[in-house]
Ligand binder design. Sequence first.
Ligand code: ARG
Ligand code: ZN
Length: 434
Amino acid sequence: LVFGLLYFIRTVEGIHNTEENSAFHNFKLIRINPETENSVKYLRSLYEDPSPYELDFWQPPTHIGAIVDLTVAPSDAPQFVKDLESKNINYIVAVNDLSKAIENERGSDAFYNPVAGFAYDKYNSLDEIHSEMKRLKKEYPKMITLIDIGQSHENRTLLVMKITGKRNPLGSKISMWIDGGIHAREWISPATAMYIAHELILGYDNDATVAKLMDHIDFYILPVMNPDGYEYSREKNRMWRKNRSPAKCHRSTFSTVCCAGVDLNRNFDWFWASTGSSSDPCHDTYHGSSAFSEPESQAVRDFLEQHTPEAFISLHSYSQMWLIPYGHRKQSYPQDYHTGLRPLALRATKALYELYGTKYQVGTGADLMYEASGGSHDWAKGQLKVPYAYLIELRPKNTMMGHGFLLPEREIVPTGLETFESIKVVADELVAQF
Ligand code: ARG
Ligand code: ZN
């Protein structure tokens, strides 16, 4: 019976998911600009309810005028597009064959770095990232400590790099936390976390401002918070978002479907399982069976409760937004939103802008996009009382440039450099204030 049940679960999961054949041949990336309330409503129903089409929302529908990005499977594309047309919803096919865009992200780019092993201008595997962290630790033993803060579902190490200056003028130090890769497919995020670490480490002996920051602040950087999902997005399904917690089943009127993975950025204890998250394990925003049900979010919680920082920054992509708590509800702000969090965010994004002219929007995720509960930055601010907690949605702005999650490797270094400019502004404020 047990084996029969397992077989059944595997089969249903196999039918439901396209994970095993996810090369994305002829999948379309579609860009929609909903111009009426009815269009928004229709798109929302496709996003929230079980949909007749195989769709993957890269940018969920929120309000009139807010761009919606989604991919559609080739078999569903003709009917889906007909549907849009019958409803007078304007769309653009931004990418006609997603598998080609996925290839272009790495392989055939002119700036592609073919060197095996870790490099700062390519998307690296988890092993490559961990070996680079170990190499840095060897080269700069006084500056770097590696801390194993826990294991993922599949027993990969959650490895934090503590970066600190050699001098310690005040005796006691303040700290800043930066995590990347909470969402698997947002590859620019771990790459940027590593770039920031690299800039700090190399800056210590070459840049007096960086040295000063490091003499006051301990930086804790977790480049890949969701290592199982990250590897899964590299090896099996480029568009995977969640972690890889074992499949859970969801009974609907017609069938039972089982799916793996929890959205770690819906799994933190901040209005958990309320707005903008799903109780359906097959949904991309599945919030898990309880707050902190996942080993990855537990490990981060446990570590941060012991080492509560003065600033918390979580790196995501995409849309070039610097998000401030709270994101679980519209027009919900911490008491120091207007006096502390927002002014600093504006200064940070201004410094970022000044390097290459990359524009960021500043505000809460709920106000700028959609409500979403259980987010780590909201939890950091609301529960942990971290003074400056932010979520950064890195490059690109949209799917017309950089194809959303598929940001070309040649943009890794510029993204790292401009983001580092903004990190320095936050760090500088910590030094001034604490
Ligand atoms: N894209 C991120 C996510 O889905 C950001 C969410 C930020 N919060 C919000 N309320 N929109 O987790
Ligand atoms: Zn994300």
